[in-house]
Design a protein around this ligand. Structure first.
Ligand code: PEP
Ligand code: MG
Length: 323
C-alpha cells in the first residue's frame, strides 16, 4: 500500500484529522515519519524494563525520549508514564502470586504512585526531554481525582528539583490522562478541569466497561469495542472534553481498525493515535468521507442496541467506500 506520507488526513469536506502514531520502541520513529504521522500520540515506555535486571536510570529514560523528540523535530510527542503490571511486564514490586486479579491489582499509575524511586526518575527525564521539543506527559489508568492530583504533585516536585539544579525544562508541559476506566468516564467533567488533554484508551476501557479480561482468549468473543456501552463511554468523554475545550484523542486498538474510523469521526474525534503501520489505511478512510456522512453513521450506530448490529453496519459502510 502507498504510504501517503505527503497528503494530510483530511475529510472530503476539508476537516483536518490529526493522525498520530503509537510507538513501543524508539526505533519505530522512522516508520512514523515515513508515513507522515502528525506526531506521537502514545509513546509506551514499558520497553525500558524489558529484560533488564535493574530498573532503568533517569539517563536511560532521558536518552530513549530525547531520541524520539529530536527525530520528531517539533511535532508533539506524548510520553505515557509507566504502565507496568497486569498484562505488561511484572516487577519485583508486584507480587504476582499475591495478585489474584492483576487487572484489578497494583498496576499502572497505582504502581508508580507507590514507588517514587520508580516514578520520579521517569518524570525528571520527561521534563528534561521537554526542553528539546513538543513533549507532553500522560498518566495511564487514572481512576480517581486523587490519583491524578498525586501524579501532578510528583511532577511539580520533579520540576522544583530540576529548577533548583538549574536543569532546563518546559514549565508549561501539557499534562494529560488516559481515559481507561468507567470511573474516569463517570467523573470526566471534573477530570477535564485538571488536565490539558485526554486520550481514550479503548483497550482497557472495553475491558473494564464490559468486565472482560482483554488477555483471556476464552472470553474474547465478549470483548467488543462496538458495544453500545463502550460507545456511550466514548461519547460522554468527548462531550465533556469538548465542553471544557480540552483536546481529546483515542489511542486504543479501536482507532487502528478502519471499520471504526467513520464512527469515531462522526462521534466527534479529530485526533486518532494508531500504530505506524495503520496510518496509511486510516488516512485513506479519512480522505474518502465527509463529516456529515460520518455523523449520520454515528447517529445510526447510537440507535442500535448491540455490537454485532453496529459492526455489520460499519462493515457495510466501509465496503461502500471500496475497502
Ligand atoms: C489502551 O488501554 O487502550 C491503551 C492504549 O493502553 P495499553 O494498550 O498500553 O494498555
Ligand atoms: Mg491501557
Amino acid at each position: 500500500m502507498r504510504l501517503l506520507r505527503d497528503v494530510p488526513a483530511e475529510t472530503k469536506d476539508g476537516v483536518r484529522i490529526r493522525l498520530m502514531a503509537n510507538i513501543e520502541f524508539p526505533t519505530e520513529t522512522h516508520a512514523c515519519l515515513e508515513r507522515g504521522a502528525d506526531g506521537i500520540g502514545l509513546y509506551r515506555t514499558e520497553f525500558l524494563y524489558l529484560g533488564g535486571e535493574v530498573a532503568p536510570s533517569e539517563e536511560d529514560h532521558f536518552l530513549a525520549y530525547a531520541e524520539v523528540v529530536r527525530a520528531l523535530a517539533g511535532q508533539p510527542v506524548v510520553i505515557r508514564t509507566l504502565d507496568l503490571g497486569a498484562d505488561k511486564m511484572r516487577l519485583e514490586a508486584v507480587d504476582a502470586e499475591a495478585e489474584r486479579n492483576p487487572v484489578l491489582g497494583l498496576r499502572s499509575i497505582r504502581l508508580s504512585l507507590r514507588n517514587p524511586p520508580l516514578f520520579t526518575p521517569q518524570l525528571r527525564a520527561i521534563l528534561r526531554a521537554s526542553a528539546l521539543g513538543d513533549v507532553r506527559v500522560m498518566f495511564p489508568l487514572v481512576s480517581t481525582l486523587t490519583e491524578l492530583r498525586q501524579a501532578k504533585r510528583f511532577l511539580a516536585d520533579a520540576m522544583r528539583e530540576l529548577d533548583a539544579q538549574g536543569v532546563p525544562f518546559r514549565r508549561d508541559l501539557p499534562v494529560g490522562m488516559m481515559v481507561e476506566s468507567p470511573a474516569a468516564v463517570m467523573m470526566i467533567d471534573r477530570f477535564v478541569k485538571e488536565v490539558d488533554f485526554i486520550s481514550i484508551g479503548t483497550n482497557d476501557l472495553v475491558q473494564y466497561t464490559l468486565a472482560v479480561d482483554r488477555s483471556n482468549s476464552s472470553v474474547a468473543d465478549l470483548y467488543q469495542a462496538a458495544d453500545p456501552a463502550v460507545l456511550r463511554m466514548i461519547d460522554a468523554s468527548l462531550r465533556a472534553a469538548s465542553q471544557a475545550g480540552v483536546n481529546a484523542s483515542l489511542c486504543g486498538q479501536m482507532s487502528s481498525a478502519a471499520v471504526y474510523t467513520m464512527l469515531l469521526l462522526g462521534m466527534g474525534l479529530r485526533e486518532l493515535s494508531v500504530p505506524p503501520s495503520s496510518i496509511p489505511e486510516i488516512k485513506r478512510v479519512c480522505r474518502s468521507v465527509t463529516l456529515a456522512e460520518c455523523e449520520a453513521i454515528a447517529a445510526r450506530c447510537r440507535s442500535l442496541d448491540n455490537a454485532p448490529d453496529i459492526e455489520a453496519l460499519l462493515h457495510e459502510e466501509l465496503q461502500k467506500l471500496g475497502f
